[in-house]
Design a protein around this ligand. Structure first.
Ligand SMILES: [Zn+2]
Length: 151
């Protein structure tokens, strides 16, 4: 059996073999395993890292964050949503795209969608996908026939 105990000196959770008598914490404290409260036990050593992470998060009061992070990891990855960071990223992209389009419309009083798509691709953005999203959100609209502008 394996288990998790918390070092009484530094409060660090430790993965231990429950059959052994003692172990040493990274802080140097010698720990008598049979005197410790076992917070988690398992026959599977590979379950230990996860339990350690959970208990560490619990102790530091960030269990919710930890579980959310795990959920993110477990969730099947959509091409354009890669967790919180991915979302942050796509917001940046939107801002960048709007900048590109604003300068386009300043230059010519509006832009054609194909021109816009090209300009976006040149800035390393997915032109058509971003345009579609911006049109859907009404951030880009058709001002004259075939000529678009940024709101
Ligand atoms: Zn310690």
């Amino acid at each position: 059996m394996y288990g998790v105990v918390v070092c009484p000196k530094c409060q660090r959770p430790l993965g231990v073999r429950l059959g052994s008598k003692t172990t040493s914490c990274q802080c140097g404290k010698r720990i008598y395993i049979n005197r410790m409260k076992v917070l988690f036990s398992t026959d599977e050593p590979r379950e230990l890292p996860l339990a350690l992470g959970r208990i560490r998060a619990q102790l530091s009061g960030s269990l919710r964050e930890f579980e959310e992070a795990l959920e993110e990891e477990a969730r099947p990855k959509a091409p354009d949503a890669r967790g919180p960071q991915g979302r942050l990223h796509s917001k940046d992209k939107k801002e960048r795209a709007l900048e590109v389009l604003r300068s386009l419309s300043e230059a010519g009083g509006g832009f054609e969608l194909s021109t816009a798509e090209e300009a976006l691709e040149q800035s390393g953005l997915k032109g058509s996908a971003i345009l579609e999203a911006l049109l859907r959100e009404n951030l880009v609209y058709e001002s004259k026939r075939g000529l678009y502008r940024v709101v």
